[in-house]
Design a protein around this ligand. Structure first.
Ligand code: NAP
Length: 250
């Protein structure tokens, strides 16, 4: 039987983050759930479901784009759980807008949360992983970071940044026993995913583009994340896995 394992999932109040947190709870992890303070009650609801499975779960509110909040979250997590085995950087936002009229603050906000947020959370937890010569880091990027769609150039740039950052970080921390991998979800039915799916014609077009002929559910992303969190992937690092039902074939 595997020793107790711990994980922090960011952006875990709903959508893909909540599905990942619940799945890892089901697999026996003790789970830290992060989200912004405004989502405390909803995140606590997810934590309650994990406790009902017999696992420990704790909510850590922090804006992942705030360095001092990330440092405080890492300290609180380590005080509570003693160690971190896996870190899933899932928190992200999408503000659609064509490049020509895109407000600078939309570019900054998307970059700050999607790209810098992963960096800040990782930086806060690296010393604890390094001290145990062990860690599994999973960054949620997007197929949008490889292809992208109109009105999402800044989102695409932020997710491409996450992938580039992860490839280099994997090389820096590999000798320390830490792996770093990315997941690229495709079109997943969440509050964010609905932006791509509001128009029935667009939804059908996405569905037709998918080899498996369907839009994804948040739960579809959880298994591949669990693989990268586990020791089954101990010789895999710096990789990016599309979890999109077959839209992008590279
Ligand atoms: P979602 O339903 O909007 O959930 C995102 C979560 O992140 C929310 O709980 C959100 O809180 C939280 N969050 C936002 N800003 C944060 C911050 N600064 N600090 C901490 N938490 C923050 O989105 P989702 O569809 O589940 O997406 C999860 C991840 O998958 C994102 O990184 C997204 O880019 C990626 N992804 C999604 C799709 C898709 O089709 N859905 C496809 C590819 C990639 P609020 O509730 O307050 O917003």
């Amino acid at each position: 039987m595997q020793a107790k394992r711990t994980v922090l999932v960011t952006g875990a109040s709903r959508g893909i983050g909540a599905a990942i947190a619940l799945d890892l709870g089901r697999r026996g992890y003790d789970v830290g759930l992060n989200d912004i303070a405004a989502q405390r009650a909803q995140t606590e609801g997810v934590a309650q479901q994990i406790r009902a499975m017999g696992q420990e779960a704790e909510v850590f509110c922090a804006d992942v784009s705030d360095k001092s909040a990330c440092a405080a979250m890492a300290k609180a997590f380590l005080d509570r759980f003693g160690q971190i085995d896996a870190l899933v950087n899932n928190a992200g936002i999408l503000i659609a807008g064509a490049v020509e009229g895109l407000p600078e603050e939309h570019w900054d906000r998307v970059m700050d949360i999607n790209a810098k947020g992963s960096f800040l959370v990782i930086q806060a937890f690296l010393p604890a992983m390094k001290a145990r010569s062990y860690g599994r880091i999973v960054n949620i990027a997007s197929i949008g970071g490889k292809h992208g769609a109109p009105e999402q150039a800044h989102y695409s740039a932020s997710k491409a940044a996450v992938m580039g950052f992860s490839r280099v970080l994997a090389q820096e921390v590999g000798p320390l026993g830490i792996t770093v991998n990315c997941i690229c979800p495709g079109i997943i039915l969440t509050d964010m995913g609905r932006v791509n799916l509001e128009d029935p014609a667009v939804r059908e077009a996405w569905q037709a583009k998918t080899a498996l002929a369907r839009i994804g559910a948040p739960e579809d992303v959880a298994g591949p994340v669990a693989f990268f969190c586990s020791d089954d992937s101990h010789f895999v690092t710096g990789q990016t896995l599309n979890v999109d039902g077959g839209i992008v074939f590279s």
